[in-house]
Design a binder for this molecule. Structure first.
Ligand code: RP5
Length: 158
């Protein structure tokens, strides 16, 4: 795998630190990814071009993180049939509840798989899980990861 297999987009440069958790998981699993700051509100044309080009570039899953009136994941989902995982991001006024509702409350027909507020790590793990259906080596790495999680939890009881 050398072409990007996951496309990670975020609404603002200020989202980078929260979204880095997703990039770090993708790196750990050896999944090539592309990253771009794109906004449903500030750069709608660039977002559209980016999403419409995705099938040609290679990504098979999109992770979209945004805060406040977080329409990025939904707007991306409206432009492609590739699965979109939305990451609602924390902001101080409403603690991320605004972004959670904006991301998760999609109208019937255009779903966004939404993780918890600031759940970029889980978004990447969900992408890994989806890709594992197609790539056995990825699924195997996920099994090992889960085994390690279980062992770590069990070791705390010893
Ligand atoms: C959203 O507004 C972004 O995803 C970000 O979480 C939030 C604030 O953006 P900035 O004003 O910091 O650029 O669109």
């Amino acid at each position: 795998m050398s072409k990007p297999i996951v496309s990670v987009i975020m609404g603002s440069d200020s989202d980078r630190s929260a979204m880095n958790e997703a990039l770090s998981v993708l790196d750990d699993f050896g999944l090539p990814h592309e990253t771009k700051v794109l906004s449903a509100h500030r750069t709608p044309d660039a977002l559209r071009d980016h999403i419409l080009g995705i099938e040609e570039r290679g990504p098979e899953v999109i992770i979209a993180g945004a805060g406040k009136a977080a329409h990025l994941a939904g707007a991306a989902a409206s432009l492609t049939v590739i699965p979109v995982i939305g990451v609602p991001l924390y902001s101080k006024d409403f603690g991320g509840l605004d972004a959670l509702l904006s991301t998760v409350q999609m109208p019937g027909g255009v779903p966004v798989a939404t993780v918890a507020v600031n759940g970029a790590k889980n978004a990447a793990l969900l992408a890994v899980s989806m890709l594992g259906l197609k790539y056995p080596e990825v699924q195997q790495k996920l099994r090992v990861y889960r085994d390690q999680l279980a062992q770590k939890a069990a070791s705390r009881n010893q």
